[in-house]
Design a protein around this ligand. Sequence first.
Ligand SMILES: [Zn+2]
Length: 316
Amino acid sequence: MCYNPCMKQFVLYKRILAILLICLTAACGRSAQSGEAMTAAPTAVPTATPEPIEETEIVAEVTAVTDTALPEIPTLPPTPAPTPTPETTPTPEPTPTPLPLEGFVIGIDPGHQKVYDPAPEPVAPNSYTTKQKVAGGCRGIRSGIYEYDVAQDVGLELKRLLEAEGATVVITHETTEVNISNIERAEIFNKANVDLAIRLHCNQSDDRKMRGAFMLVPGERRTHYYEYNVKAAKTILEEYLAETKLPMRFKEGMTYRDDQTGFNWCTRPIINIEMGHLSNPDEDMLIADADFRKTMARGLFNGFLRFFAENGKPDQ
Ligand SMILES: [Zn+2]
């Protein structure tokens, strides 16, 4: 094997020189032969023996030529690996938006009943003072509508509206044909651990011009929830008056009472609304209208919604 380029060149020259020498000798021979044909027989010209060519040299040269002469084969860009299809993530079920009153327990006590119960019961625990178990209530001076019917009607509609917004509603009775004392009504709310209870009533006055709605709340010494009750009463009355356009009676529409059996036996937050005066002929006629009673319920419902949105549940 000879990888020296100088040596390769030297061998190549030697080869070319030998070939030229052979050609020259042959030419001279032919020339002499043509001129002296008749005089001498042709002389055999010794053939120059070419130097043996190393096989490896030829291979090396061919390889060198091939290397430079052949066009470069373009390299194909690598085929990109196919992008794996992402696994389809199952669409999660949409979480239902909770209703605004979900988790709230609301008590409703439609005041009175069809037949009143004059039997006495203590107005407060450990009290010697008594009142009728259930008083008879008042009646529309012009329409003749009964207070217990107004209270029942508004109470059922209010219950329907509150439940539609997710509230759990405890109503003391769904018909007026019952006999449930005021102590028993309070105990229904205690047992249900209501967040807020409302008692529904209408008022009457000897003064027929007297009209409007107002609230009763337990006196400060009668409840653990005084401030909560006052806020609830003011908020709900405000919404009620806005919806019904009835006037407000008393300062800020508020009265504070220690003499209500339904308050004194109740250990939960509780308020009482006097929804209007059945002793006022105009107000009586309004309240006697079934559509207006729906408006009254709507006003109370708006009040509950706003109050709970602003204040949440009471401290237990
Ligand atoms: Zn009443």
